[in-house]
Design a protein around this ligand. Sequence first.
Ligand SMILES: [Fe+2]
Length: 174
Amino acid sequence: MENYIEKMQKHIHNGRSEEMENRIERLRKYIDEILLNMKDTQERRCGYIHLYGVSQTCAFIALKRNLDFELATMVGMLHDLHSYKAMNTENHAEHGAVWARQILDELSLTTENETDLICSAIRNHSSKATTHSAFDEVLKDADVLQHYLYNPLFPVMEHEKCRLQNLLTEFGIK
Ligand SMILES: [Fe+2]
């Protein structure tokens, strides 16, 4: 399994191994281990698409808003990990925040403040109708944008319409 992950990362990075030793990659390795060991292939596929889709979208939105894109990338990877692993979405934001803290503590990747920032965003990310901190909003917006970009021909969920419209306007897309 380890070899497979390393091969995949080298492929993605065009073999430039010197750029692979940062905390985003250390977290990715940890998450990949969990996803690759999931028995349900359909759930595993959804996990990969959504977690890494939201992660990239988080980075993009954070860059646009001059926020911490490194932490944004990390929060996207972590935000629904608990739901996919447990295959249960009940109270997933709260459970996800608790588990994210355990992972970040275990890996020692973040300062206390950064861990709080990441866990707050995960805890609040289901409340799409409410506005929280600027960093929390990056995750909520990225979640909505990833749902939309998965297949723009699908109808947009009612509770995501307003947020999506605001995002498209922010990015200059009619
Ligand atoms: Fe999500």
